[in-house]
Design a protein around this ligand. Sequence first.
Ligand code: MN
Length: 765
Amino acid sequence: MIGGFAHDERSHLLCILGGKVRHLRPRNQPYKSECIMAGYTADDEKIIGEQFSELLAACNKICKSEADWEMINKAFFLAKEAHKGVRRRSGEPYILHPLAVAKIVVSEEGLGVKSTAAALLHDVVEDTSYTVEDIENLFGSKVASMVDGLTKVAAALNEDVTAQAESFRKVLLTLSDDIRVIIIKIADRLHNMRTLGSMPRHKQIKITSETMYLFAPLAYRLGLYAIKTELEDLSLKYMYPEEYAAIEEKLQATATERNEFMERFIQPIKDKLTEAGVDFTISGRVKTVYSIWSKMQRKKIPFEEIYDLFAVRIVFKPNDLTPEKAQCWHIYSLLTDIYPPKPDRVRDWVNFPKANGYEALHATLMRPDGVWAEVQIRSERMEEIAERGFAAHWKYKQEHDGEDEFDKWLKDVSNALRHPAGNAADFLENIKMTLYMTEMVVFTPKGEARKFPVGATALDFAYDIHSNVGNTAIGAKINHKIESIYTKLNSGDQVQILTAETAHPTIEWLDHVGTMKAKQSIITYLKRVRQNNVERGISIFDNRMKEFGITPSARLFRKLLPAYDCANKDEFYSKLGSEIINLKDIDTVLRQNSKNKVLKFWTFEIAGSKPKDIVVKGVRDVDNMGEQKFVAAECCNPIPGDNITGYKDPITGDIIVHKTDCEALIGLAAQKGENLVGNIKWSTYKAESYLAEIKLRGLDRVGVLRDLAQVITVELDINIRELKIQSHDGIFEGKISLYVSDAESLYSLMDKVNKIKGIDKVERV
Ligand code: MN
């Protein structure tokens, strides 16, 4: 081999792999390198060879044909060559990392040949000059697309930490393409966590926090319990090294005593099950450091007060006589003959498998020392699912078809990924919520069980049935009693959703749902409505602009948006389309100098004296300090046309302008009548509109709000600033802040509002 010509070496190697590599198959034989390549020492070759033999041994389970073996060999060969000369921080050759990841993929995750090849190649495109096309040519499109996915995940995680939510979203995006990518990535992460010791501290912290935030929950969700547990344990070790060491030490110090106790606890179970003819294995497991630590945190207790340090697991080989389920309960009943059970702590994941596929029967029994101990009862099949998660689940699933909880979750995640709503952080929170949720079971009227996170509402249930049911939900019968759709459900509830054609989601609904599916559907609906409004708004606006012969420009919008109190074009179009604003006064808006828009001036006149400009509401004209000023009183908000009376502020000397019948003014007049200035009246005024408030009350009927909006925004040239409507017991109460040009148009508006069917009282505030 000639060194120094990376590109030539690469083409040469690709050529070898494409053709002659077939002769290299050392099936199950210790690997012997054909040629010692530059970058690997004899010691390297020895350890690489040993590791590869171990991988091949593990592959015995999955390689079914010559082509399978060839793929593994070829992938190893290419990876070894591509990473040649590169070492990990620990000093060992880099290739040992992909080898270890491939081994986890086969032995601990139970994935197949293509995934193992992809695991061997997972850093090749990211770190070396080989491309995805090279991989595709040599290994086919499946392996290539997995490697491509892994490369993208790696790139996303390398991005700026400030955009972490977005990087995580990108990581999760691969879930919907090929779930194996994430499973291989979890193996990669597990190996990196196992070898984290040689990393610098800041990297340890970054990698550990990603692991806790994303990868451990994902491993849990994919049913990879053993890996999830190890990831948590390793994370704790690097996050809180001292706490970790302390717990580990205490566990060791108590090990002998605990093991003896465990043996004494297990022995009677062994005897009983053997006597009953059950074919089983039983083992006691000490809790992990992480689970002990989190219990100490949760309950705020010291290590010494945690008694349930071990759990017992019984794995049985089912007989053909009765169903697995019945055998689980049979074993349970045998156990309760020995130790008293805690009846309310039976966890039946046999009838109701967890959403990640987990099945088992958990019993809590009283130990001779009076402490509760957990015993898990599983068949061999359940055990494999519990240990291997996803892959095993798929294997058994082929036996019975139909969508299960796992498919449903994956479908929800995929949907959410395809139609992202909200920002990346919201999205991530939604997904996260589904990763570690505590589940409860709720029943349909037909007795079908459905799983929900604790805290889910009737509305969540409605959306779980179908998005159309959710979108038209008006109430729920919970255990045959009519309740609001916002009612939180309890485990075991039976729920029936009541719908109405005319019902539809509102933004408020988002505060009353906990599931991703419900959130997603509501947002999709609201967005669609908004989109329709935006489209309508665009066409209204375009038509109007055509009338004026104006081509809309960025400059035009800079003028329009503030005038219509909109933050952006979308909001403008949407408000226009939904008739919150209209274009009646657009010519005025277009003509006016936008700089002056925000200030509202008007002029008062004291009878017989010269009119003076004054500034409203405490905004003072500094240049005119010292001169007589008129200020509109905030208590009654006089507007042109109102009868007004002035009150001279004894401190500032300003004249505060009140409506003549203002209660505050009447109070002032009673105390300090000498300060009243009676002879003032409206003069010319420059502002287009003044803020006024009206209150109304009436019968709540469908359409009343629409009629109201029609009167306010369409029939009269008035802008609403704020509209608050409350409805209770069939009564409708509202408060509207709006801009009017003078008192006359306000009263004419109030007249029109009063004529709306159902409204029985309108008054100015
Ligand atoms: Mn890697």
